[in-house]
Write a protein that binds this ligand. Structure first.
Ligand SMILES: [Zn+2]
Length: 143
């Protein structure tokens, strides 16, 4: 049976999940928390490396900051998109004020910027706030 690495949103451990079981509310083998909760995961430098580096499902990163009005406007849309896109896609949020080195190493010049990553490699990016439907369509067009 084909399986994929899924990174836990709670302990950030790597789980191997059969593709056929992704929709069945899988739980983490380490911490027993659900691997998909229908919400975006706030990541720091270390957990970012786990999700972007180890996940075998695509990862959508939202680079944002608390002082950015459009970022705050987009937050509910991003949360709604997480509900629609999980478990096919993992959605994570990077606060670039707390983790400026991540914004720098990913060459983020304006926020909000979304970057879609597959198997550790960037496949698409988009700057500016989007609606939840806009985010969902954009991701599905690139996965
Ligand atoms: Zn866990």
């Amino acid at each position: 049976m084909e399986s994929v690495h899924v990174v836990c949103p709670h302990c950030h451990g790597v789980n191997r999940v059969p593709v056929a079981k992704l929709e069945d509310d899988p739980v983490c083998g380490k911490c027993q928390v659900k691997l998909f909760s229908g919400s975006a995961v706030e990541v720091n430098y270390k957990s970012f490396q786990a999700h972007v580096g180890r996940s075998q499902i695509p990862v959508l990163i939202d680079f944002w900051a608390p002082w950015c009005g459009p970022c705050k406007m987009m937050a509910p849309a991003f949360a709604q998109a997480a509900q629609a896109l999980e478990p096919q896609v993992r959605l994570v949020k990077v606060n670039t004020e707390v983790e400026p080195s991540l914004g720098n190493s990913w060459h983020i010049r304006s926020i909000p910027t979304m970057v879609l990553v597959k198997n550790g490699r960037e496949v698409a990016r988009q700057s500016g706030a989007m609606s939840s439907d806009g985010i969902i369509d954009w991701v599905r067009n690139h996965t």
